[in-house]
Design a protein around this ligand. Structure first.
Ligand code: C2O
Ligand code: CU
Length: 491
């Protein structure tokens, strides 16, 4: 089983064409609502950046090369595409308020871009081809330069085709110059589902999903925690920080060290359930923003989501295990504070089936919670799909025929997202950290939220970052098959 049919709505849409890469690029016009479109070159974009930038601020310069690479995943050696020849790419780290200046060189055979997932950046640095910039052609380069406004755990990846499901991803850590959390050390953990270089490329995986759309016989993975189908792709391997579980990285600390884990799911089609043998985890942040601290045994992380967790380490050798939720397989890292033999590569810590924390359970701390103010505008997003041709839609439309969702700067916008399919969708809004509004109380501030089958998720945001912004499912294959639209500032 590689792909599996999705949704239960094969009869709905008829023979609409797939949102191919060309289709994705073609559709930034099609304005169905009045007002002047505020594009990446609009003076208000530069003005918003100006307002974020202090005088005399430090500039961090980074060279970033996207190129084909042969990478050792801890046994399996794969030919893939990577940043600087490493999977994950080299972390970028700087204090909030500083400027980041990244010189991208594209040595790939395809055009590429870099998207800095989750930060409130200026629109012309968002890295979305045809919406915010032309893609960087093979042999070309581009300077990405912007102020990083908020501390937190972020990451970056291309926003072209299926490139994210190659090795093109890396952490972007924005430190808080006045860090309020107490801890001794930190450790960044990047999770991934891996297929590239194992006999097929992500492009071939997408092609197979599209051609298998009619095959209704196969039973795919499912998960109670995800409320239904767990994914469309069974991956041959899963990775923590670029390693298979048989040859994990080992990180060493002293017993009693209080460690801040920064967990990032860079997978394309896999949610991960993460636990550390013999420990509970205290979640402190999601998607860069602080939450009321809560303890659990395991954390469920959708694609694109991040969680920060504190843990005080015991004495011994412990496996930090990321189990591919609803699928077969896991990835892991070893945390060593003392002597002892590591557990076997397939050991599943009992904590994996203990108290599970998800992004929808968390509550923003008071200092970052958005006030419960009047909503000026509301957009419904009906998430749907049809298995007849592997087409995923928002409000009945693929990206090639999407209707932009208009907003005016200064408005409080409510997004009401309803999932009419049998699979979860980690919905991501570019450059706006929304406030979840569960039926009671205030939820977390997030930029990526799992919308489970049959569920409606309400997310409010302040329209304070002018431009044209994607809203999409962070399942890469869903996004490529149409599940994207735009949040379109108008004036
Ligand atoms: Cu992580 Cu539109 O992206
Ligand atoms: Cu999806």
């Amino acid at each position: 089983m590689l792909g599996r049919p999705v949704g239960r709505r094969a009869v709905l849409g008829g023979a609409l064409s797939l949102a191919t890469a060309a289709g994705l690029a073609a559709c930034t016009r099609g304005t169905s609502s009045p007002g002047v479109t505020v594009g990446p070159g609009d003076p208000s974009v530069a003005a918003a950046e100006q307002a974020r930038t202090r005088a005399g601020v430090a500039v961090h310069r980074v060279q970033l090369t996207a190129a084909p690479a042969r990478v050792d995943l801890g046994g399996p050696v794969v030919d893939t595409w990577a940043y600087g020849g490493a999977v994950p790419g080299q972390e970028i780290r700087l204090p909030a308020g500083d400027r980041l200046s990244v010189a991208l060189v594209n040595q790939l055979t395809d055009p590429t871009t870099v998207h800095w997932h989750g930060l409130a950046l200026r629109n012309d640095m968002d890295g979305v081809p045809e919406v915010t910039q032309p893609a960087v052609r093979p042999g070309g380069d581009m300077l990405y330069e912007f102020t990083v406004p908020d501390p937190g755990t972020y990451w970056f990846h291309p926003h072209v085709g299926t490139q994210l499901d190659r090795g093109l991803y890396a952490p972007l850590i924005v430190e808080d110059p006045d860090e309020p959390l107490g801890y001794d050390a930190e450790h960044v953990v990047v999770l991934d589902d891996w297929v590239d270089g194992t006999g097929r490329t992500p492009d071939q995986v997408l092609g197979e999903l599209q051609s298998m759309g009619m095959d209704m016989s196969s039973d795919g993975p499912s998960s109670a925690a995800l409320g239904g189908d767990a994914g469309d792709v069974a991956y041959p391997m899963y990775l923590v920080n670029g390693r298979v579980p048989q040859a994990p990285n080992t990180v060493t600390f002293k017993p009693g060290t209080r460690v801040r884990l920064r967990l990032i799911n860079a997978g394309a089609d896999t949610a991960f359930r993460v636990a550390l043998t013999g420990h509970r985890l205290t979640v402190t942040h999601t998607d860069g923003f602080p939450v009321e601290q809560v303890d659990g045994d395991a954390i469920l992380i959708g694609m694109g989501e991040r969680f920060d967790a504190l843990v005080t380490l015991g004495d011994g050798v412990f496996a930090l295990v990321a189990s591919a939720e609803g699928k077969d397989g896991l990835a892991r890292e070893l945390i060593r504070t003392g002597s002892g033999d590591p557990p076997a590569a397939d050991t599943r810590p009992p904590e994996l089936s203990g108290a599970l924390l998800t992004g929808n359970m968390l509550h923003a701390t008071e200092d970052v919670a958005l006030p419960d103010q009047t909503v000026d505008r509301e957009h419904q997003l009906i998430l749907d799909g049809q298995m007849s041709d592997y087409r995923w839609t928002i409000n009945g439309r693929g990206y090639d025929e999407h209707r932009p969702l208009p907003v005016t700067a200064g408005q409080t916008l409510r997004l009401t997202m309803t999932n009419n399919t049998t699979m979860f969708h980690p919905m991501h809004v570019h450059r706006h950290t929304f406030q979840l509004r569960p039926s009671e109380g205030a939820g977390a501030r997030k930029d990526t939220v799992n919308v489970l089958p049959g569920q409606t998720v309400v997310a409010d945001l302040i329209a304070d970052n002018p431009g044209q912004w994607l809203i999409h499912c962070h399942n890469l294959y869903h996004a490529e098959a149409g599940m994207m639209t735009t949040l379109s500032y108008r004036r």
